[in-house]
Design a protein. Structure first.
Length: 580
């Protein structure tokens, strides 16, 4: 009897999606390494739409493919199947025909007869089985968490009375009680499903406010009775291995959870405030794929500029921008490109956000005098080819980095400046001589993150007078138009009010926000002979920018306008993130 994997191979072969030479088992193993469906892996490999591969895979099961990513399921249908079954067996109910006594179910495994029989007996309906993708399953799972307030309200009818005199034993007992454990778990899980990057738990006079940062902006999630505060904070301290009876000093910790096969790390910061202790947790998906330059949002020209400079054996590549602008993600993408067996890569970070195989990653520990500067000195004795310094924060680290680049190492790091040109004066202020900045720096990248338009509900429109006025306050409109025309993005004689831009109407797919995910906007300052001489001559930042633009540099704002015109983001986002 032919196994399903053999039938899948034959179907994909017939459809021309794999070749005779390719081993289906190897393809599946590679997909597992990348934490994606085999269909998604083949889609990337063959540069064909994922739906084409999923449809072919469904044929191998003798069923139809169902894409559920844009569908909202009725609560009555969701209640037919417990969330635990949905997550464990990757199967969802998405339609019902009461007249015919038929349920439509979509699954990752149409041959899971045991689960299908269970659903049939539990519901009393016959099943119409479809094949679906993992993204559709995750999309439906999110809908189980659509009303977190209702879910948490059902967990405990009698909240704990506040009591500031509780001892360590009682706090520990409370932190392990089932209602509090479930409340904290629900808040964590819901944050993951919402795609949050941070959770804020903020105590007030009468209640505690929970907020999530999604796509760079904070949103209110819910308010809880003040009585929950102490128990919730105690539970988070237990998870993070912190002192639960310490309420007067800030504390930092970390813990991990496994959710849907993903390892999520939570970096915890607890700060005493007037009404208790505020908790901020940063979410880090340790199983996330390292993004390519194109996936980060870099244009073809910017990607090529970056590749050209990373291929150099020495020098400094700096990534600049404010906190939360995606600098570390860009550095990890560069490291992934450079990570080859023939080179030794060492990093010094604070904190280590993602583990990379074959890269020697070190975490600074200021309490034992293991700082960026002392760590960097030690790394130079480790025979490195490539060094990544998480951030240049002080004069000593800046000078050691410049000397390391001058002595044959490729150094990657970040700086907190508003734009790429500003990094030059910042390095000089840190005590790096102009000649060293000019001779050792290869490339400075300036970046911001903008929210991506939801492609499910985006709509085109023309800019109104108010938005045009806002653009005019921040930018030279004529200059923007001429630059876009030079880039081939606008026709001659075009004006901004004639161009179609896009906005999001809001839909279930994006939680009615109009945005889903984020993408970078970039500028790349290449330190060539012209810019190097300007640095040596101590020219002001305005003159350096003028020379760079004359050489073809595209600013962040200009990159943003291109992305807005193409429908990747909105003009409002560009104005928001580039405002100084």
């Amino acid at each position: 009897m032919q196994t399903h994997i053999q039938r899948l191979r034959d179907t994909l072969l017939t459809e021309g999606l794999i070749t005779e030479q390719e081993d289906i088992m190897n393809l599946r193993a590679e997909a597992l390494k990348k934490h994606v469906d085999i269909e998604e892996y083949i889609s990337e490999l063959r540069a064909v739409p994922a739906k084409v591969v999923y449809t072919a895979a469904a044929k191998s099961y003798g069923v139809t493919f169902a894409d559920l990513q844009g569908i909202t399921i009725d609560r009555a249908l969701l209640s037919l199947l417990p969330e635990s079954i949905v997550q464990t067996h990757a199967i969802v109910v998405f339609g019902i025909d009461k007249t015919a006594g038929l349920l439509s179910v979509a699954t990752r495994d149409p041959q899971d007869i045991q689960t299908l029989d269970f659903i049939q007996k539990k519901t009393g309906y016959q099943l119409h089985v479809f094949y679906t993708d993992s993204a559709s399953i995750k999309h439906i799972v999110k809908q189980y968490h659509a009303n977190i307030e209702e879910e948490i309200a059902n967990l405990s009818e009698a909240p704990l009375a506040p009591n500031s005199s509780r001892g360590i034993t009682e706090l520990s007992r409370i932190a392990h009680e089932v209602p509090i454990v479930k409340i904290v778990d629900t808040l964590l899980n819901y944050a993951v499903y919402q795609g949050a990057s941070d959770i804020h738990i903020e105590p007030g006079e009468k209640e505690v406010q929970v907020r999530y940062r999604v796509d760079g902006l904070l949103f209110d999630v819910m308010s809880l009775p003040k009585a929950f505060t102490e128990a919730m904070v105690a539970r988070i301290k237990v998870l993070s291995n912190l002192k639960i009876d310490e309420h007067r000093k800030p504390q930092d910790g970390r813990f991990k959870i496994d959710l849907d096969g993903k390892k999520i790390a939570f970096r915890v910061s607890i700060l005493p405030v007037y009404d208790g202790e505020k908790v901020v947790m940063r979410l880090l998906d340790e199983s996330a794929k390292v993004l390519t330059f194109e996936q980060l949002g870099m244009s073809t020209d910017n990607s090529q500029t970056l590749l050209t400079n990373t291929s150099k054996p020495n020098g400094i590549i700096l990534v600049t921008g404010p906190t939360g602008s995606g600098k570390t993600t860009t550095l990890y993408s560069i490291l992934h490109t450079l990570n080859k067996p023939e080179v030794n890569i060492s990093t010094i970070e604070d904190p280590i956000e993602y583990r990379i195989q074959r890269v020697n990653q070190s975490q600074i520990a200021p309490k034992v005098d293991f700082t960026f500067a002392t760590g960097l000195r030690s790394l130079l004795r480790q025979d490195p080819d490539i060094i990544m310094v998480g951030e240049i924060r002080d004069e000593e680290t800046a000078q050691i980095s410049a000397h390391a680049a001058m002595t044959g190492h490729l150094v990657l790091s970040t700086l907190h400046t508003n734009d790429a040109v500003g990094a030059v004066s910042r390095l000089v202020e840190m005590g790096v001589p102009n000649y060293l900045v000019a001779s050792t720096t290869n490339l400075i990248i300036g970046q911001r993150l903008v929210r991506k338009l939801c492609q499910n509900c985006r709509a085109s429109y023309n800019l109104d007078a108010s938005t045009l006025a806002d653009i005019g306050k921040q930018f030279d409109v004529d200059d923007v138009i001429s630059r876009l025309q030079a880039m081939g993005e606008l026709e001659a004689n075009a004006s901004l009010d004639e161009i179609l831009f896009f906005h999001g109407k809001g839909c279930a797919e994006c939680n009615n926000r109009g945005y889903r995910g984020r993408v970078g906007i970039y500028e790349m300052l290449v330190i060539d002979d012209i810019i190097g001489n300007a640095i040596l001559e101590k020219k002001p930042a305005e003159r350096i920018l003028e020379l760079a633009r004359a050489s073809g540099m595209i600013t962040m704002a200009e990159d943003g306008f291109v992305k807005a015109k193409r429908g990747d983001t909105t003009i409002e986002e560009i104005l928001r993130v580039t405002k100084e």
